[in-house]
Ligand binder design. Structure first.
Ligand SMILES: Cc1ncc(COP(=O)(O)O)c(C=O)c1O
Length: 409
């Protein structure tokens, strides 16, 4: 290594050493999914079959016949790649049909596809700031990194309100005159706590102070509401939100992100968002897979009902076994460990000893001291798998002497 290379390598080594010392160096599992055997997967490193208990393919749609057949048909019809950005030959019949499907899902005029949920948040929020330069943003403190990035890039004035705290939100909104442009940004199901936001109450406050509303439904679409339109559909609030954002990468089992809103707003984001304009469009095979899954979940309630029944079984089994978890009334079950190293050790032991993968969630995904194991049951987890999970958690907690703080849980 020459001196110049060494000089720069030192920066990387130092940064990595820092996170290793803090016990939050990220280790990815090396798994191969086994089509037809979800939630089982093959642990490539350790050459054994394991069970995933932290997948965001919440309904297992990533390997559903409907999704797989749509991909095969789309490849035969359209080939593989998109062939360009939306503006330069990447636009397709498939992506236009998908956007219509999404607009219908959320009962909005129009929808716009992005390459991921992350990009849809970051690109849309930052562009709103460019379109409305004196916009003031009010953001829930538990919002996702992609929202935070969008706010930063927007250049707008911002206020962070305490998580799901309407009084604090109102206190902050009061500072500004009614005619000042404002937007309240929040999530429906918070990914790391499983908490659900009071959508109607937030919309009431927004109405009172003349604010737009932006909801991230990434962890709810497909799983909540009669047609999978998320919590906004479940509580009958879709028409109250200015923008509904979602992903195709979780319950819809594919990849990609989107926003839905008024025709004018969608056209403005389409025309000005850099993260939308200057990137290759999602290929037709992905769009067709997603459209089929969305259509299927609009018409079929079985997956949703079975998922929620299984989540309820797991929560009940945990209560019985005195495994404390944060109950946010959603399908996400966080078990608080509150220490990065122990959390990582628990993750490792679950995998090595019990063939269960449940990722350790450490800083910066959650605040320091709020480390957790985040369990996401699916309807594909059998009763035997639930029993095995509970027994394994109890064993690991005993071996690592993990004493759960009952107050914190
Ligand atoms: C709340 C929230 N919003 C947005 C995203 C990004 O979505 P995607 O994974 O499609 O990029 C995530 C990812 O986990 C998320 O948790």
């Amino acid at each position: 290594m020459n001196e110049s290379v060494k000089f720069y390598e030192n920066y990387f080594t130092k940064a990595l050493n820092n996170i290793r010392q803090e016990g939050r160096y990220r280790v990815f599992g090396d798994f191969a999914r086994i089509a037809g055997d979800f939630p089982n997967a093959w642990d490539v490193q350790n050459n054994k079959k394991i069970t995933l208990w932290c997948s965001n393919d919440y309904l297992g749609m990533g390997e559903h016949e409907v999704t797989k057949n749509a991909v095969i048909n789309a490849i035969n019809k359209y080939g593989v790649g998109a062939g360009g950005t939306r503006n330069i030959s990447g636009n397709s019949e498939a992506i236009i049909l998908l956007e219509k499907e999404l607009a219908d899902l959320h009962q909005k005029d129009a929808a716009l596809m992005f390459t991921s949920g992350y990009v849809s948040n970051s690109a849309t929020i930052s562009t709103l700031g460019k379109l409305i330069p004196d916009l003031v943003i009010f953001s829930d403190e538990a919002n996702h990194a992609s929202i935070i990035e969008g706010i930063r890039f927007s250049g707008c004035a911002k206020h962070i309100f305490k998580h799901n705290d309407l009084n604090h939100l109102e206190e902050l909104l009061k500072i500004y005159p009614k005619d000042k442009p404002k937007i309240i940004i929040f999530e429906s199901v918070y990914s790391m706590s499983g908490n659900i936001s009071p959508i109607h109450l937030i919309c009431d406050v927004a109405d009172k102070y003349n604010a737009m509303t932006y909801i991230d439904e990434v962890h709810a679409v497909g799983m909540y509401g009669k047609r999978g339109g998320g919590i906004t559909e479940l509580v009958g609030a879709s028409d109250r939100l200015t923008i509904i954002e979602g992903t195709l990468g979780k319950a819809f089992g594919v990849v990609g992100g989107y926003i839905a809103g008024s025709a004018n707003l969608i056209d403005a984001i389409r025309s000005f968002a850099s993260g939308f304009i200057f990137t290759t469009a999602l290929p037709p095979l992905i769009c067709e897979a997603a459209r089929s899954t969305i259509q299927y979940l609009k018409e079929n309630n079985y997956e949703r009902q079975a998922l929620h029944a299984r989540v309820s079984d797991v929560k009940q089994a945990m209560r019985k076994a005195e495994i404390m978890f944060r109950s946010g009334y959603s399908h996400i079950i966080p078990i608080m460990i509150n220490d990065p190293e122990i959390c990582k050790k628990a993750r490792d032991m679950m995998l090595a000893k019990h063939n269960i993968f449940v990722q350790a969630i450490n800083y910066p995904t959650v605040p320091k001291g709020a480390e957790r194991l985040r369990i996401t049951p699916t309807q594909h987890h059998t009763e035997e798998m639930v029993v095995h999970l509970i027994n394994s958690l109890q064993d690991v907690f005993m071996e690592l002497n993990i004493k759960q703080d009952k107050k914190a849980a």
